[in-house]
Design a protein around this ligand. Structure first.
Ligand code: 13P
Length: 340
């Protein structure tokens, strides 16, 4: 492991007010999103959609890296140009999702454990050879009656740490994603408590597994009230409590925190990220960035609908969301940008 290269690459992912675009939906997840919009669920439609994304003109001005999926990293444009070459030309760093999904945790109804450690070293080496320079692993934590359990949090934190150590051994920057889900009726305060407990456990395990904190990116949820909670706090309240939780739990050695969007609308995710940067930027030890999938892609997908004639308009929508999020990193996002 070259510590300096890992540190440099982690910094590049959050430099220049850019962020990550997650386009690493597994085939079942991608198919589910296509099915909702009546788009055929085939290898070719998935390829065409990902071609639309990676060929969006100007994407590299707001996006530092994209997270690919195993199928996607091996694909090409219709004219045969590998996606990896297209990304290289756009100055975008390729990353790869390497977990194999969240499965039921035995003896823990309603809780999940993320799998994918078996054979991971060899897969990471292959992805590095292909050109990937960072990876992603997502753990999911649900809030409900009596959950999350301590054992679920610990098992997921340990898997994240083992993944991160293996990534660094292979020269890949680990994006460590412990996601506390928005689903449920829980309050903002409960999400704060759970998020802090999860992050504390994650950093205990990362240290235990000797992960170089300077050579990783944290990808957490924002601290939010449950989707069905009757009280929905303001953008500024969410920004304040999210940053407070992160200041309590994330070491200053970590170069960047890149939020997942978790099902928030595109404009809400931008507004909340913007508020955090407006209110705290000068006081933060790490960059506050984004690593959104739905909050960048969704409007574009809804315009594209699998039709070639919609590609240009869909790319404009994608670029717009990417630019809004770069503006949010600068604290320069405004709702008026949505009407421009
Ligand atoms: P969302 O931004 O849609 O939550 O996706 C981020 C991601 O990478 C999920 O693992």
């Amino acid at each position: 492991m070259n510590a300096q290269t890992l540190t440099d690459n982690a910094r590049k992912l959050v430099d220049d007010h850019k962020g990550l675009l997650a386009m690493d939906e597994s085939n079942p997840t991608c198919n589910k999103r296509f099915a909702k919009l009546g788009i055929p669920q085939t290898v070719e439609t998935r390829r065409a959609y990902r071609e639309l994304i990676v060929t969006t003109p100007g994407l590299g001005e707001s996006i530092s890296g994209v997270i690919l999926y195993d199928e996607t990293i091996r694909q090409q444009k219709k004219d045969g140009t590998p996606f990896l070459k297209v990304l290289d030309g756009a100055g975008i760093i390729p990353g790869i999702k390497v977990d194999t999904g969240a499965k039921d945790l035995a003896a823990h109804p309603g809780e999940k454990i993320t799998e994918g450690l078996d054979g991971l070293r060899f897969r990471l080496q292959e992805y590095f050879q292909m050109g990937a320079r960072f990876a992603k692993w997502r753990a999911v934590i649900s809030i409900g009656e009596g959950i999350p359990s301590r054992s679920c949090i610990e098992a997921n934190a340990q898997a994240l740490a083992r993944y991160a150590a293996l990534c660094q051994e292979s020269g890949l920057v680990p994006v460590v994603e412990p996601e506390v889900l928005m689903d449920g009726e829980h309050t903002l305060e409960r999400c704060r408590k759970v998020t802090e407990e999860v992050l504390r456990n994650v950093f205990i395990q990362l240290n235990c597994q000797r992960v170089l904190l300077e050579g990783m990116i944290l990808k957490p949820n924002m601290v939010l009230p449950g989707l069905n909670c009757p009280t929905q706090e303001s953008i500024d309240e969410v920004a304040d409590i999210t940053v407070q939780s992160l200041l309590r739990t994330v070491p200053a050695a970590v170069p960047g925190i890149a939020f997942l969007s978790g099902g928030q609308s595109g404009d809400m995710a931008s507004a909340r990220l913007n508020a955090m940067n407006v209110r705290f930027k000068s006081r933060l030890p790490w960059a506050l960035a984004f690593s959104f999938a739905r909050a960048i892609q969704q409007p574009a997908l809804e315009i594209w609908l699998g039709q070639e004639s919609n590609i240009k308009a869909a790319q404009q929508a994608l670029l717009h969301r990417a630019r809004c999020n770069r503006a949010a990193r600068l604290g320069e996002y405004a709702a008026t940008m949505e009407r421009a």
